[in-house]
Design a protein. Structure first.
Length: 204
């Protein structure tokens, strides 16, 4: 009997292979042949699971954001409020090899989204997922009495994306030595502490 194929698993493998190719050669060098070779499959298999290259890239874009959200929960655990917000930011910053790979892919997809309608829409959908996490952190912080008066949640979320994606682009353009950059950690800490009300001590 023919071997049964786990379609969801095979799609994940192809997406992961795509991200490795994007990290290694950029989007311009990410051909369907390169993806197939990396995934250890044929072009017909790619077509069967995704249809075309654009569909693969859209799925890979979504996977990057999904990994950031999952990493935020994995790092943050049961943390709440501003502490959880800081962990969410650190999950998006290029602080180790795993996060640097995601940062490089995210920067490449951001540039491509300027002329790729489907990719741009996928980014908007994925950012909504992260926004929900961030607004949840801010709601918790307010309920815990951690936030200073007058905090504009929408402005905080906007600044979060500016800081996280700016750090990602900087890392791509000037990677230096891989490893935790203390400047990125200081930026994350300062971002959160500006939101904290007087008399509220940081938990970390």
């Amino acid at each position: 009997m023919p071997r049964r194929v786990d379609h969801a698993q095979r799609r994940r493998e192809i997406v992961e292979a795509t991200l490795r190719v994007v990290h290694r050669v950029g989007l311009e060098g990410t051909t369907t042949r390169a993806i197939a070779d990396e995934a250890g499959c044929t072009l017909s298999v790619l077509a069967h699971f995704f249809g075309n290259k654009d569909a693969i890239l859209v799925a890979a874009q979504g996977a990057v954001y999904e990994r950031i959200v999952q990493r935020a929960f994995r790092i943050g655990g049961d943390l709440l409020g501003l502490t959880a917000l800081r962990q969410a930011l650190e999950a998006a910053l290029p602080l180790d090899e795993e996060r640097a790979v995601d940062a490089a892919a995210n920067a490449a997809f951001a540039a491509a989204a300027l002329t790729h309608t489907d990719l741009a829409e996928a980014r908007r959908r994925s950012r909504q997922d992260i926004r929900r996490v961030l607004y949840g952190c801010l709601t918790e912080a307010r309920e815990l009495g951690e936030l200073r008066e007058g905090v504009d949640d929408a402005a905080v979320v906007h600044e979060f994306f500016v800081l996280a994606e700016g750090a990602a682009l900087t890392d791509v353009l000037d990677p230096g030595d891989r490893g935790v950059d203390p400047r990125s950690l200081l930026l994350a800490a300062a971002f959160v502490e500006r939101l904290r009300g007087p008399g509220r001590n940081a938990s970390r």
